[in-house]
Ligand binder design. Structure first.
Ligand code: Z5A
Length: 213
């Protein structure tokens, strides 16, 4: 089944919110509803963008300039948009993306303290008018999320950041959700997984019904 317009859904959140776990659930939901879709992630989603991801997440002795990090995020995004996201949407497929530009506002803007206007300029340059149709923000208090994420092996360059960084990331996500309630749905990710997934299914069904009205 194809809807009138292919939809672009993103899933966002801080450390240990359960994005990977819940992407699998959302994929099942889309399949059960006969929706043709492409699932991808950022940074990454194409061979070149995945190489940029490796550069971004690797720990290294050299300190990474914040502009370098920001530009690499958008370089990966430009490639991902050109090779995967835009072609899929043009073919009528929905796109489910694990993180997108809200993560740049939250991590580089909130976490690193970079000017949001600078990020918005790059957003316009790289995306033009393209924005997600629906953003599912999995939200959890930072200490609970970090406790969940802690058992996962060697931390990457972002996971080594301090509590204050992740608090700023969360605050920025919540501020963006409050500023754009038409696009964002906040899911309380501190609940047991079954309840989180019931909430996700309800939100997805409402979204689906709304675009078919
Ligand atoms: N980044 C950036 O800075 N700027 C950008 O523009 C973009 C990204 C796009 C890599 O992203 C890094 O890139 C990221 C931000 C930066 N750094 N960090 N941190 P990523 O998306 O690959 O990184 P991630 O945050 O580590 O995502 P993840 O692997 O999807 O982790 P997760 O959200 O924590 O998901 P999980 O592995 O499914 O869940 C964690 C654990 O919790 C796991 O053991 C689950 O079984 C458990 N879990 C999940 N849900 C529950 C519930 N409800 N109850 C109990 N336990 C649960």
């Amino acid at each position: 089944m194809t809807s009138q317009k292919a939809q672009f859904i993103t899933i966002e959140g801080g450390e240990g919110v359960g994005k990977t776990t819940n992407v699998a659930f959302i994929r099942q939901w889309l399949e059960q509803h006969g929706i043709s879709y492409v699932a991808s992630r950022e940074p990454g989603g194409t061979p070149l963008a995945e190489e940029i991801r490796t550069l971004l997440v690797s720990t290294r002795d050299e300190s990474v300039d914040e502009n370098t990090e920001l530009l690499l995020m958008f370089a990966a995004r430009a490639q991902h948009l050109a090779q995967v996201i835009k072609p899929a949407l043009a073919e009528g497929k929905w796109v489910l993306c694990d993180r997108f530009t809200d993560a740049t506002f939250a991590y580089q803007g909130g976490g690193r303290g970079m000017a949001l206007e600078k990020i918005a300029q790059l957003e316009n340059l790289v995306q033009g008018e393209l924005r997600p149709d629906l953003t599912l923000l999995l939200d959890i208090p930072v200490d609970q999320g970090m406790a969940r994420a802690n058992g996962r092996g060697a931390p990457d360059r972002f996971e080594l950041e301090k509590l204050s960084f992740f608090n700023a990331v969360r605050d920025c996500y919540l501020a963006r959700a409050a500023a754009d309630p038409a696009r964002f749905r906040i899911i309380d990710a501190s609940q047991p997984l079954e309840q989180v997934q019931q909430d996700l299914a309800r939100v997805l069904q409402q979204f689906f019904d709304c675009i078919h009205e």
